[in-house]
Design a protein around this ligand. Structure first.
Ligand SMILES: [Zn+2]
Length: 366
C-alpha cells in the first residue's frame, strides 16, 4: 500500500517537472508557431458580396427580360453603374457576380467580355454561372453546361467554381452534372445555404439587401455576432429593378453595407477563394526545422491553384525579415482582402502569408 502511495507521489512529481520544463522550453523559443489562421490575415470572420443577373449581351445591359411561369417581365439593369461604383470607390472590395451568358460570344459582346476579364484579372472579382438563359428547372444541358463553356472560353485560363441557380432552384441531377464539370459551389437564394460543400459549414446566414427589405439592422447584428464566433456572411442582391427603385438607391445601399463590414476584422472575399483557403488550411502541415525555420507542406495534391494562407507565430522581439525559400517576403502595412504573400507584425503576434510547400525563416532584431 505504502509502495503504491510512494509511486503515485513520484509520478506526480515527475509529471509536474515535465510540465514545468515544457513550459520553460516553449517560452524560451524566440519564435513559436501558434497555428494556421481560420481566415486570411487573421481576420475574425468572412463576408461575400453576391450580385445576380449580370449579363454579357449588349441588348440586356439596360433591360433584362425574365420568363417565369409563362409571363415575361422586363427589368431595368444597373450592372454598369454598380461595376463602376465599386471599382472606382472600393477597388479592394470584390464581388461574386451571377452571370447570364445568353450564349454571348459574338463581336457585339466582345466589349462586355473584356470588362469581365478586367473584373477578374485586375480587381479579383469572381464570375459565377447564372446559366445561359435564366430558365426554370428542369434545365437543358445547354443552359447549364453551355454557360460554363461561354465563361471559360471568353475569360482565358479562368475556371468556373460557383453556380448560382436562377430563382434559387435546382433539379435533381444538376449538382452531379455541374460537379463533373468542375463546379464546386452551389449558392441558393434562400437564407440558409443547403448545397454548399461540407467544409463551408460556417456560413451561417445570407442577408438579402433590397429596397423592399429592412436589412440594415439585421446585417449589423449578424455581422457583429460573426466577428465573435467566426463565420461567413453572404450579402446578396440583384443588379436589377427587381430589387431596386433606381441605380442610385442600389449604390447608396452598397455604401452602407460596405461601411458596416469594412472594420479591419472582416475578410471580404469571394466563394472560390474562401473554398480554396479552407481546403488548403486542412491539408497543410507546419513542422519546425530549427529555432526560427518552419517547413510548410501540403499533405495532398491540390486540384486548383493555391492561395496564400496565413500562419500565426508568437515572437519574442521585433521582426526584421521573413524569408520564404531564401527570398525576403514583403512587409504588409495592411493585409488587404486579396491573399498575397507577405508578413505583418502586431505586438508579439506575427502573421505570415505563404503558399504551401515553402520554408519560412523568421529573423528577429537582436
Ligand atoms: Zn437571376
Amino acid at each position: 500500500m505504502e509502495k503504491i502511495a510512494t509511486i503515485c507521489v513520484l509520478l506526480v512529481i515527475v509529471a509536474s517537472l515535465l510540465a514545468v520544463s515544457s513550459t520553460v522550453r516553449a517560452d524560451d523559443q524566440p519564435v513559436r508557431f501558434l497555428g494556421i489562421s481560420k481566415y486570411y490575415a487573421g481576420y475574425s470572420s468572412a463576408c461575400i458580396f453576391r450580385v445576380d443577373d449580370f449579363v454579357v449581351s449588349p441588348e440586356d445591359i439596360y433591360t433584362i427580360t425574365f420568363s417565369a411561369k409563362s409571363k415575361n417581365s422586363s427589368f431595368a439593369n444597373y450592372q454598369m453603374e454598380l461595376t463602376s461604383h465599386i471599382t472606382s470607390k472600393y477597388p479592394d472590395v470584390r464581388l461574386v457576380v451571377g452571370l447570364i451568358t445568353n450564349g454571348g460570344s459574338g463581336a457585339k459582346e466582345a466589349e462586355l467580355w473584356e470588362q469581365m476579364n478586367m473584373l477578374v484579372r485586375t480587381y479579383g472579382w469572381e464570375i459565377a454561372s447564372h446559366t445561359k438563359y435564366h430558365s426554370l428547372p428542369p434545365r437543358s444541358i445547354d443552359d447549364i453546361i453551355g454557360a460554363l463553356m461561354d465563361i471559360e472560353s471568353n475569360i482565358t485560363g479562368y475556371r468556373v467554381y460557383t453556380y448560382i441557380p436562377p430563382y434559387g432552384k435546382t433539379s435533381s441531377g444538376e449538382a452531379r452534372l455541374l460537379s463533373q464539370h468542375g463546379v464546386r459551389i452551389i449558392m441558393l437564394s434562400t437564407p440558409i445555404q443547403l448545397l454548399l460543400p461540407r467544409n463551408w459549414n460556417r456560413i451561417h446566414i445570407t442577408v438579402k439587401i433590397s429596397d423592399k427589405l429592412p436589412w440594415g439592422f439585421f446585417l449589423h447584428i449578424i455581422h457583429r455576432m460573426e466577428n465573435v464566433i467566426g463565420g461567413t456572411m453572404i450579402i446578396y442582391t440583384h443588379a436589377t429593378s427587381y430589387d431596386w427603385r433606381s441605380a442610385d438607391s442600389l449604390l447608396k445601399s452598397f455604401d452602407k453595407a460596405i461601411k458596416a463590414v469594412k472594420d479591419n476584422k472582416t475578410w471580404i472575399t469571394v466563394p472560390s477563394e474562401l473554398y480554396r483557403y479552407e481546403l488548403e488550411r486542412k491539408i497543410i502541415r507546419v513542422e519546425q526545422a530549427n529555432a526560427t525555420s518552419y517547413i510548410v507542406r501540403a499533405t495532398k495534391q491540390l486540384d486548383f491553384d493555391p492561395v496564400p494562407i496565413t500562419l500565426t507565430f508568437k515572437v519574442k522581439a521585433q521582426v526584421e525579415d521573413v524569408r520564404c525559400n531564401d527570398t525576403s517576403l514583403p512587409r504588409l502595412e495592411w493585409p488587404g482582402y486579396r491573399p498575397v504573400p507577405g508578413y505583418t507584425q502586431r505586438g508579439d503576434i506575427l502573421l505570415v502569408n505563404t503558399y504551401p510547400d515553402s520554408i519560412i525563416t523568421i529573423i528577429l532584431k537582436q
